[in-house]
Design a protein. Structure first.
Length: 347
């Protein structure tokens, strides 16, 4: 079903010659994503969880120390969960833990080899939570200097490894953007224009998300390079359509056993408005926490496959709809390509 509002919007874009048709899985063969093991075709992502975590260390950037965890113990705890979700049908697992919060490319590489999952990691800095997870240089360096750091990880690998990032993960404050949050968005835009990496921003409320989109546009970057993370925290769903009309991705990232019905309602609304091609869904689960006994209370990754997809079918979502959400959209969202305003997208 397409509403009058979305029909008029689509018609005006078609007349202007600016509407981009969503790519099918077949068309994605020309596009690539970067996994911890290297480049693969975007259509090889298959069924994808776009926002999960293996390990997160909440100690803060000033005390950050990767020796706080033992990789062997983490693997022993986490691998069964990855095997479970692989058996449930997942092909690609996007790990959204950023630098100074527990990002460990070598750990992810080992888990990819052991589980058979494509795993994707990131570059970028997390500026939410009152900037607790930002290193000191993030406050003093310019946006260009920060971008240079992130571009270097794309060009040369992360922390001396061969692993390269497959996207950017940033985070901003949840209200009107502070100067440091604005700088992170600017740095992400400039990194995107050099690398083609998609920008995932932990945001939540629409007020910050829409300001981020505006900054990207000022930097010459298409909103199609931007993923509004934790959009489910915005209760006025009309903002989903505003962001989607601009071309951004609306990501609902807190799925769990108790939130099935509310997520079905959100997706039904987005589908009714005609923007199912702009939505992403994941759990934000996992979270091995160093310093806690046995890594703490690790959360499973299988709710989407075991409970949510059957609930969508019961609500009238077709096989094509479901494939759009968990296969086609991730392949397009994470494809490595420069998306500039007014220019043809470059792989």
């Amino acid at each position: 079903m397409v509403t009058r509002r979305s029909f008029i919007h689509h018609l005006s874009m078609l007349l202007a010659g600016t509407l981009t048709t969503p790519l099918s899985l077949r068309a994605q063969t020309a596009l690539k994503i970067m996994t911890v093991k290297g480049m693969v075709n975007a259509n090889a992502m298959g069924k994808t969880l776009v926002h999960e975590h293996i390990l997160v260390d909440f100690i803060g950037a000033s005390n950050y120390d990767p020796t706080r965890w033992d990789r062997k113990k983490v693997i022993e705890k986490v691998l069964p969960y990855l095997n479970d979700v692989r058996s449930a049908g997942c092909d690609t697992f996007v790990d959204c833990t950023p630098n100074y919060l527990g990002r460990d490319p070598q750990l992810l590489l080992e888990l990819s080899n052991l589980s058979g999952l494509h795993i994707v990691t990131n570059t970028g800095y997390y500026g939410g939570s009152d900037n607790k997870y930002l290193a000191g240089h993030a406050f003093t360096e310019t946006a260009d200097a920060l971008a240079a750091r992130w571009i270097n990880e794309w060009d040369n690998g992360i922390d001396g490894t061969s692993v390269r990032p497959g996207f950017m993960k940033i985070s901003v404050n949840p209200d009107h953007l502070s100067p440091i949050s604005r700088k992170l968005v600017q740095a992400a835009a400039r990194t995107h224009r050099k690398t083609g990496l998609t920008i995932l921003s932990h945001t939540g409320p629409a007020v910050a998300a829409l300001e981020e989109i505006k900054i990207l546009e000022q930097e010459g970057v298409s909103p199609s390079a931007f993923v509004w993370v934790h959009a489910q925290n915005e209760k006025d769903w009309s903002h989903y359509i505003t962001a989607a009309e601009a071309g951004a991705w609306v990501s609902l990232d807190g799925l769990n056993d108790e939130s099935i019905s509310s997520y079905v309602e959100m997706l039904t609304f987005i589908k009714t408005e005609g923007y199912l091609r702009n939505v992403l869904v994941s759990h934000d689960a996992g979270w091995y926490e160093p310093g806690k006994p046995d890594g703490g209370n690790f959360r499973k990754f299988t709710t989407l496959f075991d409970l949510f997809l059957p609930a969508l079918r019961d609500a009238g979502f077709t096989t094509k709809d479901i494939r759009q959400i968990i296969e086609v959209n991730p392949g397009e969202a994470f494809a490595i390509k420069v998306r500039e305003i007014g220019k043809q997208e470059k792989n």
